[in-house]
Ligand binder design. Structure first.
Ligand code: SF4
Length: 446
Protein backbone atom coordinates (compact mmCIF):
# COMPACT_ATOMS: atom_id res chain seq x y z
CA UNK A 1 0.00 0.00 0.00
CA UNK A 2 1.25 3.52 -0.82
CA UNK A 3 2.36 5.59 2.16
CA UNK A 4 -0.22 8.05 3.39
CA UNK A 5 0.65 11.37 5.02
CA UNK A 6 -1.24 14.22 6.64
CA UNK A 7 -0.96 17.43 4.62
CA UNK A 8 -2.13 20.87 5.80
CA UNK A 9 -2.62 23.59 3.21
CA UNK A 10 -2.91 27.29 4.05
CA UNK A 11 -3.83 29.86 1.43
CA UNK A 12 -3.14 33.58 1.57
CA UNK A 13 -4.39 36.15 -0.92
CA UNK A 14 -6.87 36.01 -3.74
CA UNK A 15 -9.35 33.50 -5.15
CA UNK A 16 -6.86 32.47 -7.82
CA UNK A 17 -4.57 31.28 -5.06
CA UNK A 18 -7.49 29.46 -3.49
CA UNK A 19 -8.17 27.74 -6.79
CA UNK A 20 -4.48 26.79 -7.10
CA UNK A 21 -4.61 25.36 -3.58
CA UNK A 22 -7.66 23.31 -4.52
CA UNK A 23 -5.63 21.75 -7.35
CA UNK A 24 -2.74 21.02 -4.96
CA UNK A 25 -5.21 19.49 -2.50
CA UNK A 26 -6.60 17.25 -5.24
CA UNK A 27 -3.07 16.16 -6.21
CA UNK A 28 -2.21 15.27 -2.61
CA UNK A 29 -5.49 13.39 -2.21
CA UNK A 30 -4.95 11.38 -5.33
CA UNK A 31 -1.48 10.49 -4.02
CA UNK A 32 -3.28 8.98 -0.99
CA UNK A 33 -2.62 11.80 1.49
CA UNK A 34 -5.13 12.99 4.05
CA UNK A 35 -5.82 16.72 4.14
CA UNK A 36 -6.00 18.20 7.64
CA UNK A 37 -6.65 21.68 8.98
CA UNK A 38 -3.54 23.91 9.26
CA UNK A 39 -3.82 24.05 13.07
CA UNK A 40 -3.72 20.26 13.35
CA UNK A 41 -0.63 18.03 13.52
CA UNK A 42 0.58 17.32 10.00
CA UNK A 43 3.52 15.65 8.25
CA UNK A 44 3.69 18.40 5.64
CA UNK A 45 2.60 22.02 5.73
CA UNK A 46 2.09 23.83 2.46
CA UNK A 47 1.74 27.62 2.45
CA UNK A 48 0.39 29.24 -0.71
CA UNK A 49 1.55 32.85 -0.50
CA UNK A 50 0.57 36.26 -1.83
CA UNK A 51 2.86 39.19 -2.55
CA UNK A 52 0.38 41.99 -3.22
CA UNK A 53 1.85 44.20 -0.46
CA UNK A 54 4.86 44.21 1.83
CA UNK A 55 2.44 43.26 4.60
CA UNK A 56 1.48 40.15 2.59
CA UNK A 57 5.17 39.19 2.33
CA UNK A 58 5.64 39.56 6.07
CA UNK A 59 2.50 37.56 6.75
CA UNK A 60 3.78 34.76 4.51
CA UNK A 61 7.11 34.53 6.36
CA UNK A 62 5.37 34.63 9.74
CA UNK A 63 3.00 31.85 8.75
CA UNK A 64 5.87 29.70 7.49
CA UNK A 65 7.59 30.05 10.88
CA UNK A 66 4.35 29.27 12.72
CA UNK A 67 3.60 26.06 10.82
CA UNK A 68 7.22 24.91 11.02
CA UNK A 69 7.08 25.28 14.81
CA UNK A 70 4.10 22.90 15.02
CA UNK A 71 6.08 19.80 14.08
CA UNK A 72 9.82 20.00 13.65
CA UNK A 73 9.88 16.77 11.60
CA UNK A 74 7.30 18.07 9.15
CA UNK A 75 8.12 19.08 5.60
CA UNK A 76 7.42 22.77 4.97
CA UNK A 77 6.69 23.79 1.40
CA UNK A 78 5.96 27.28 0.10
CA UNK A 79 4.39 28.28 -3.20
CA UNK A 80 2.42 31.19 -4.69
CA UNK A 81 3.27 34.69 -5.82
CA UNK A 82 5.76 35.50 -3.07
CA UNK A 83 7.63 32.29 -3.89
CA UNK A 84 7.68 33.22 -7.60
CA UNK A 85 8.90 36.77 -7.26
CA UNK A 86 11.53 38.46 -5.18
CA UNK A 87 10.63 36.34 -2.17
CA UNK A 88 11.95 33.11 -3.68
CA UNK A 89 15.54 33.70 -2.54
CA UNK A 90 14.32 34.85 0.88
CA UNK A 91 12.25 31.71 1.33
CA UNK A 92 14.98 29.40 0.08
CA UNK A 93 17.29 30.90 2.70
CA UNK A 94 14.82 30.27 5.55
CA UNK A 95 15.95 27.27 7.61
CA UNK A 96 12.30 26.26 8.19
CA UNK A 97 11.59 25.84 4.45
CA UNK A 98 12.23 22.55 2.61
CA UNK A 99 10.52 23.06 -0.76
CA UNK A 100 9.91 26.28 -2.73
CA UNK A 101 7.86 26.35 -5.92
CA UNK A 102 6.61 29.50 -7.67
CA UNK A 103 3.41 29.91 -9.62
CA UNK A 104 4.96 28.44 -12.77
CA UNK A 105 6.47 25.28 -11.31
CA UNK A 106 3.75 24.71 -8.70
CA UNK A 107 2.56 21.51 -10.38
CA UNK A 108 5.76 19.76 -9.27
CA UNK A 109 5.25 20.70 -5.59
CA UNK A 110 3.30 17.61 -4.43
CA UNK A 111 5.91 15.26 -5.89
CA UNK A 112 8.76 17.23 -4.25
CA UNK A 113 6.95 17.19 -0.90
CA UNK A 114 6.26 13.44 -1.14
CA UNK A 115 9.91 12.81 -1.96
CA UNK A 116 10.97 14.72 1.18
CA UNK A 117 8.41 12.84 3.26
CA UNK A 118 9.63 9.47 2.04
CA UNK A 119 13.21 10.47 2.85
CA UNK A 120 12.15 11.32 6.39
CA UNK A 121 10.37 7.99 6.77
CA UNK A 122 13.53 6.21 5.60
CA UNK A 123 15.53 8.14 8.19
CA UNK A 124 13.05 7.19 10.91
CA UNK A 125 11.99 10.82 11.47
CA UNK A 126 8.37 10.24 10.44
CA UNK A 127 5.90 7.39 10.52
CA UNK A 128 3.35 7.24 7.69
CA UNK A 129 -0.33 6.78 8.56
CA UNK A 130 -1.69 3.25 8.58
CA UNK A 131 -4.34 2.21 6.10
CA UNK A 132 -6.36 4.25 3.69
CA UNK A 133 -6.84 7.99 4.13
CA UNK A 134 -9.87 9.06 6.15
CA UNK A 135 -12.94 10.28 4.32
CA UNK A 136 -12.84 14.01 3.90
CA UNK A 137 -15.63 16.33 4.89
CA UNK A 138 -17.76 17.03 1.87
CA UNK A 139 -16.79 20.22 0.05
CA UNK A 140 -19.87 22.22 -0.78
CA UNK A 141 -18.23 25.22 -2.47
CA UNK A 142 -15.10 25.10 -4.61
CA UNK A 143 -13.01 27.45 -6.71
CA UNK A 144 -12.75 26.76 -10.41
CA UNK A 145 -9.74 28.43 -11.95
CA UNK A 146 -10.28 29.31 -15.58
CA UNK A 147 -7.54 31.85 -16.33
CA UNK A 148 -4.20 33.12 -15.06
CA UNK A 149 -1.86 36.02 -15.76
CA UNK A 150 -2.22 39.68 -16.67
CA UNK A 151 -0.59 42.23 -18.93
CA UNK A 152 -2.31 45.37 -17.65
CA UNK A 153 0.72 46.47 -15.59
CA UNK A 154 -1.14 48.72 -13.15
CA UNK A 155 1.54 51.00 -11.70
CA UNK A 156 1.53 49.41 -8.24
CA UNK A 157 1.05 45.75 -9.12
CA UNK A 158 3.67 43.00 -9.32
CA UNK A 159 1.24 40.33 -10.54
CA UNK A 160 2.13 40.63 -14.28
CA UNK A 161 5.77 39.92 -13.40
CA UNK A 162 5.03 36.91 -11.21
CA UNK A 163 2.03 35.40 -13.02
CA UNK A 164 3.07 36.12 -16.63
CA UNK A 165 0.83 36.75 -19.67
CA UNK A 166 -2.88 35.98 -20.01
CA UNK A 167 -3.47 32.27 -20.30
CA UNK A 168 -6.91 30.74 -20.41
CA UNK A 169 -7.80 27.12 -19.88
CA UNK A 170 -9.65 25.33 -22.64
CA UNK A 171 -13.42 25.65 -22.48
CA UNK A 172 -13.97 21.87 -22.55
CA UNK A 173 -11.38 21.25 -19.82
CA UNK A 174 -13.09 23.75 -17.54
CA UNK A 175 -16.48 22.13 -18.14
CA UNK A 176 -15.03 18.65 -17.52
CA UNK A 177 -13.48 19.78 -14.23
CA UNK A 178 -16.75 21.43 -13.22
CA UNK A 179 -18.68 18.20 -13.85
CA UNK A 180 -16.09 16.24 -11.86
CA UNK A 181 -16.41 18.61 -8.93
CA UNK A 182 -20.19 18.33 -8.99
CA UNK A 183 -19.96 14.53 -9.07
CA UNK A 184 -17.74 14.87 -5.96
CA UNK A 185 -20.52 16.73 -4.11
CA UNK A 186 -19.71 20.38 -4.86
CA UNK A 187 -22.87 22.52 -5.16
CA UNK A 188 -21.38 25.94 -5.83
CA UNK A 189 -18.47 26.76 -8.13
CA UNK A 190 -16.67 30.08 -7.79
CA UNK A 191 -14.94 31.09 -11.01
CA UNK A 192 -11.42 32.36 -10.36
CA UNK A 193 -8.86 34.13 -12.52
CA UNK A 194 -6.59 37.14 -12.36
CA UNK A 195 -8.47 38.57 -15.38
CA UNK A 196 -11.60 36.48 -15.33
CA UNK A 197 -13.35 38.74 -17.83
CA UNK A 198 -10.49 38.24 -20.29
CA UNK A 199 -11.05 34.47 -20.33
CA UNK A 200 -10.44 33.21 -23.84
CA UNK A 201 -8.83 36.32 -25.32
CA UNK A 202 -5.59 34.37 -25.80
CA UNK A 203 -7.18 31.46 -27.68
CA UNK A 204 -5.78 31.38 -31.21
CA UNK A 205 -9.10 30.31 -32.73
CA UNK A 206 -11.25 32.77 -30.81
CA UNK A 207 -14.09 34.32 -32.77
CA UNK A 208 -16.76 36.84 -31.93
CA UNK A 209 -16.82 39.59 -29.35
CA UNK A 210 -14.25 40.16 -26.66
CA UNK A 211 -16.42 38.91 -23.81
CA UNK A 212 -18.12 36.01 -25.56
CA UNK A 213 -15.95 33.17 -24.17
CA UNK A 214 -16.82 33.94 -20.54
CA UNK A 215 -20.49 34.38 -21.36
CA UNK A 216 -20.61 31.06 -23.19
CA UNK A 217 -18.83 29.33 -20.32
CA UNK A 218 -21.16 30.81 -17.71
CA UNK A 219 -24.28 29.75 -19.53
CA UNK A 220 -22.97 26.21 -20.12
CA UNK A 221 -21.90 25.86 -16.49
CA UNK A 222 -25.40 26.96 -15.55
CA UNK A 223 -26.79 23.88 -17.30
CA UNK A 224 -24.79 21.31 -15.34
CA UNK A 225 -27.18 19.07 -13.48
CA UNK A 226 -26.93 19.29 -9.66
CA UNK A 227 -24.74 22.38 -9.80
CA UNK A 228 -26.83 24.76 -7.74
CA UNK A 229 -24.77 27.90 -8.15
CA UNK A 230 -22.08 29.56 -10.23
CA UNK A 231 -20.43 32.57 -8.63
CA UNK A 232 -18.39 35.01 -10.68
CA UNK A 233 -15.83 36.41 -8.31
CA UNK A 234 -13.79 39.41 -9.38
CA UNK A 235 -13.93 40.97 -12.84
CA UNK A 236 -11.74 43.90 -13.87
CA UNK A 237 -14.03 46.79 -14.96
CA UNK A 238 -12.05 46.90 -18.20
CA UNK A 239 -13.08 43.33 -18.98
CA UNK A 240 -16.85 43.33 -18.57
CA UNK A 241 -19.95 44.96 -19.93
CA UNK A 242 -23.71 44.71 -20.35
CA UNK A 243 -23.51 41.44 -22.31
CA UNK A 244 -21.96 39.64 -19.35
CA UNK A 245 -24.58 41.04 -16.98
CA UNK A 246 -27.34 39.98 -19.37
CA UNK A 247 -25.89 36.44 -19.46
CA UNK A 248 -25.73 36.37 -15.67
CA UNK A 249 -29.35 37.46 -15.45
CA UNK A 250 -30.43 34.86 -18.00
CA UNK A 251 -28.67 32.00 -16.16
CA UNK A 252 -30.62 31.15 -13.00
CA UNK A 253 -27.67 29.35 -11.36
CA UNK A 254 -25.52 32.50 -11.44
CA UNK A 255 -25.33 34.33 -8.13
CA UNK A 256 -26.45 37.95 -7.80
CA UNK A 257 -23.03 38.98 -6.57
CA UNK A 258 -20.15 40.66 -8.35
CA UNK A 259 -16.78 42.02 -7.31
CA UNK A 260 -15.65 44.98 -9.44
CA UNK A 261 -12.27 46.23 -8.16
CA UNK A 262 -12.39 50.03 -8.21
CA UNK A 263 -9.07 50.92 -6.46
CA UNK A 264 -9.77 54.69 -6.60
CA UNK A 265 -12.83 56.86 -7.14
CA UNK A 266 -10.81 59.74 -8.56
CA UNK A 267 -9.93 60.02 -12.25
CA UNK A 268 -6.45 61.50 -11.78
CA UNK A 269 -5.49 58.69 -9.41
CA UNK A 270 -7.02 56.05 -11.68
CA UNK A 271 -5.06 57.39 -14.66
CA UNK A 272 -1.80 57.40 -12.70
CA UNK A 273 -2.51 53.88 -11.50
CA UNK A 274 -2.94 52.81 -15.15
CA UNK A 275 -6.27 51.11 -14.53
CA UNK A 276 -7.69 51.75 -18.00
CA UNK A 277 -11.11 53.13 -16.96
CA UNK A 278 -12.62 56.29 -15.51
CA UNK A 279 -15.12 56.77 -12.69
CA UNK A 280 -17.74 57.53 -15.35
CA UNK A 281 -17.14 54.21 -17.11
CA UNK A 282 -17.19 52.41 -13.74
CA UNK A 283 -20.48 54.07 -12.79
CA UNK A 284 -22.01 53.12 -16.14
CA UNK A 285 -21.01 49.50 -15.50
CA UNK A 286 -22.63 49.55 -12.07
CA UNK A 287 -25.83 50.98 -13.54
CA UNK A 288 -25.85 48.32 -16.26
CA UNK A 289 -25.24 45.55 -13.71
CA UNK A 290 -28.12 46.79 -11.56
CA UNK A 291 -30.40 47.17 -14.57
CA UNK A 292 -29.90 43.48 -15.33
CA UNK A 293 -29.47 42.00 -11.87
CA UNK A 294 -31.46 44.20 -9.49
CA UNK A 295 -30.12 44.79 -5.99
CA UNK A 296 -27.07 42.61 -6.55
CA UNK A 297 -24.33 42.50 -3.92
CA UNK A 298 -21.61 44.64 -5.42
CA UNK A 299 -18.22 44.38 -3.74
CA UNK A 300 -14.94 46.15 -4.49
CA UNK A 301 -11.29 46.76 -3.57
CA UNK A 302 -10.05 50.24 -2.74
CA UNK A 303 -6.46 51.34 -2.21
CA UNK A 304 -5.52 54.35 -0.08
CA UNK A 305 -2.29 56.35 -0.03
CA UNK A 306 -1.22 55.72 -3.63
CA UNK A 307 1.83 57.97 -4.37
CA UNK A 308 0.65 61.52 -5.00
CA UNK A 309 -2.92 60.88 -3.77
CA UNK A 310 -4.02 64.19 -2.24
CA UNK A 311 -6.55 64.52 0.53
CA UNK A 312 -9.01 65.94 -1.99
CA UNK A 313 -8.52 63.02 -4.35
CA UNK A 314 -9.08 60.62 -1.48
CA UNK A 315 -12.30 62.46 -0.63
CA UNK A 316 -13.45 61.90 -4.22
CA UNK A 317 -12.90 58.18 -3.64
CA UNK A 318 -14.84 58.25 -0.38
CA UNK A 319 -17.76 60.11 -1.99
CA UNK A 320 -17.74 57.83 -5.04
CA UNK A 321 -17.88 54.67 -2.91
CA UNK A 322 -20.78 56.07 -0.94
CA UNK A 323 -22.63 57.08 -4.10
CA UNK A 324 -22.21 53.62 -5.65
CA UNK A 325 -23.32 51.99 -2.38
CA UNK A 326 -21.11 48.91 -2.40
CA UNK A 327 -22.35 46.02 -0.30
CA UNK A 328 -18.77 45.29 0.77
CA UNK A 329 -15.30 46.79 0.32
CA UNK A 330 -11.81 45.45 0.78
CA UNK A 331 -9.69 48.41 1.87
CA UNK A 332 -5.92 48.34 1.83
CA UNK A 333 -3.04 50.80 2.12
CA UNK A 334 -0.49 51.27 -0.64
CA UNK A 335 3.03 49.96 -0.07
CA UNK A 336 5.72 50.01 -2.78
CA UNK A 337 6.56 46.74 -4.55
CA UNK A 338 10.07 46.72 -6.02
CA UNK A 339 9.85 46.08 -9.76
CA UNK A 340 6.71 48.18 -10.29
CA UNK A 341 6.50 51.68 -11.79
CA UNK A 342 5.03 53.22 -8.66
CA UNK A 343 7.96 51.96 -6.58
CA UNK A 344 10.11 54.52 -8.43
CA UNK A 345 7.87 57.35 -7.21
CA UNK A 346 8.06 58.90 -3.73
CA UNK A 347 5.83 57.04 -1.26
CA UNK A 348 4.65 60.46 -0.12
CA UNK A 349 1.47 59.84 1.86
CA UNK A 350 2.65 59.58 5.48
CA UNK A 351 1.73 56.34 7.34
CA UNK A 352 -0.56 58.20 9.79
CA UNK A 353 -2.46 59.75 6.88
CA UNK A 354 -2.76 56.36 5.15
CA UNK A 355 -4.13 54.92 8.40
CA UNK A 356 -6.63 57.78 8.72
CA UNK A 357 -7.84 57.33 5.11
CA UNK A 358 -8.09 53.59 5.57
CA UNK A 359 -10.05 54.12 8.81
CA UNK A 360 -12.51 56.47 7.10
CA UNK A 361 -13.11 54.00 4.27
CA UNK A 362 -13.50 51.08 6.71
CA UNK A 363 -16.12 53.08 8.62
CA UNK A 364 -17.96 53.69 5.36
CA UNK A 365 -17.64 50.00 4.45
CA UNK A 366 -19.18 48.94 7.78
CA UNK A 367 -21.99 51.41 7.31
CA UNK A 368 -22.71 50.36 3.71
CA UNK A 369 -22.55 46.68 4.62
CA UNK A 370 -25.02 47.22 7.48
CA UNK A 371 -27.36 49.14 5.14
CA UNK A 372 -27.18 46.31 2.62
CA UNK A 373 -28.03 43.76 5.31
CA UNK A 374 -30.87 45.94 6.60
CA UNK A 375 -32.43 46.03 3.13
CA UNK A 376 -32.58 42.24 3.30
CA UNK A 377 -34.21 42.03 6.75
CA UNK A 378 -37.49 40.12 6.69
CA UNK A 379 -36.80 38.52 3.30
CA UNK A 380 -36.66 34.79 2.76
CA UNK A 381 -33.46 33.97 0.91
CA UNK A 382 -32.00 30.69 -0.27
CA UNK A 383 -29.00 29.55 1.80
CA UNK A 384 -26.51 26.90 0.73
CA UNK A 385 -25.69 25.00 3.92
CA UNK A 386 -21.92 24.72 4.35
CA UNK A 387 -21.39 23.73 7.98
CA UNK A 388 -23.00 22.56 11.20
CA UNK A 389 -21.75 23.43 14.65
CA UNK A 390 -22.58 20.58 17.00
CA UNK A 391 -21.86 22.65 20.10
CA UNK A 392 -24.23 25.52 19.29
CA UNK A 393 -26.77 23.73 17.05
CA UNK A 394 -26.03 26.36 14.40
CA UNK A 395 -26.03 25.82 10.68
CA UNK A 396 -24.20 28.26 8.47
CA UNK A 397 -24.15 29.07 4.80
CA UNK A 398 -24.22 31.75 2.14
CA UNK A 399 -27.04 33.37 0.20
CA UNK A 400 -26.73 34.04 -3.52
CA UNK A 401 -25.71 37.59 -2.55
CA UNK A 402 -22.78 36.27 -0.45
CA UNK A 403 -24.45 37.13 2.84
CA UNK A 404 -23.30 34.72 5.54
CA UNK A 405 -26.34 33.43 7.45
CA UNK A 406 -26.32 31.54 10.74
CA UNK A 407 -29.41 29.86 12.16
CA UNK A 408 -30.19 27.70 15.18
CA UNK A 409 -31.79 24.49 13.98
CA UNK A 410 -32.65 21.47 16.11
CA UNK A 411 -30.95 18.20 15.28
CA UNK A 412 -34.23 16.72 13.98
CA UNK A 413 -34.76 19.56 11.47
CA UNK A 414 -31.12 20.02 10.51
CA UNK A 415 -30.65 20.32 6.72
CA UNK A 416 -27.89 18.28 5.10
CA UNK A 417 -24.63 19.91 4.08
CA UNK A 418 -24.95 21.09 0.50
CA UNK A 419 -28.71 21.54 0.64
CA UNK A 420 -30.42 24.76 -0.40
CA UNK A 421 -32.85 25.93 2.24
CA UNK A 422 -35.09 28.98 2.54
CA UNK A 423 -34.16 31.15 5.51
CA UNK A 424 -35.92 34.22 6.80
CA UNK A 425 -33.36 36.90 7.60
CA UNK A 426 -34.23 38.20 11.06
CA UNK A 427 -31.22 40.10 12.44
CA UNK A 428 -28.11 41.91 11.28
CA UNK A 429 -24.68 40.91 12.60
CA UNK A 430 -21.29 42.53 11.94
CA UNK A 431 -20.25 39.82 9.48
CA UNK A 432 -23.55 38.43 8.27
CA UNK A 433 -27.15 37.86 9.32
CA UNK A 434 -29.14 35.64 11.62
CA UNK A 435 -31.69 33.45 9.90
CA UNK A 436 -34.61 31.18 10.71
CA UNK A 437 -35.36 28.09 8.75
CA UNK A 438 -38.46 28.88 6.70
CA UNK A 439 -39.46 25.54 5.25
CA UNK A 440 -42.48 25.91 3.00
CA UNK A 441 -41.84 29.57 2.34
CA UNK A 442 -41.05 30.87 -1.10
CA UNK A 443 -37.57 32.27 -1.73
CA UNK A 444 -37.63 35.91 -2.77
CA UNK A 445 -36.28 36.86 -6.19
CA UNK A 446 -34.90 40.31 -6.90
S1 SF4 B 1 -5.31 44.30 -13.63
FE1 SF4 B 1 -3.77 45.57 -12.60
S2 SF4 B 1 -4.06 45.08 -10.43
FE2 SF4 B 1 -5.08 43.44 -11.57
S3 SF4 B 1 -3.52 41.84 -11.79
FE3 SF4 B 1 -3.40 43.10 -13.63
S4 SF4 B 1 -1.81 44.61 -13.17
FE4 SF4 B 1 -2.46 43.73 -11.22
Amino acid sequence: MAMSFRVALTTLGCKVNQADSDLLAAAFESAGCRLVEPDQPADAYVVNTCTVTLVADRKARKLVRQVAARNESAVVAVTGCYAEGLGRAVLEAMPEVDVVRGTHDRASLPEAVLLELRKRVALGLLRPLDGAPATLEQRVRAMLKIQDGCRQYCAYCIVPSVRGPLTSRRHDDVLAEARDRVRGGVRELVLAGIRLGAFGVDWPDRRGSRFAPLERLVSELGQIENLARVRISSVLPLDCGANLFATMAATPAVCTHLHLPLQAGDDTTLRRMGRGYTTRRFRALVDAARAHLGDLALATDVMVGFPGETRRQFEHTLAFCEAVGFADMHVFSYSPRPGTRAAEWPDDVPPAEKAARSGALCDLRDDLRRRYYERRLGRTDEVLVESHDEATDEVEGLTREYVRVRARVSLAARPALGSLVPMRLVAVEADGMTGELAVGQVVAND
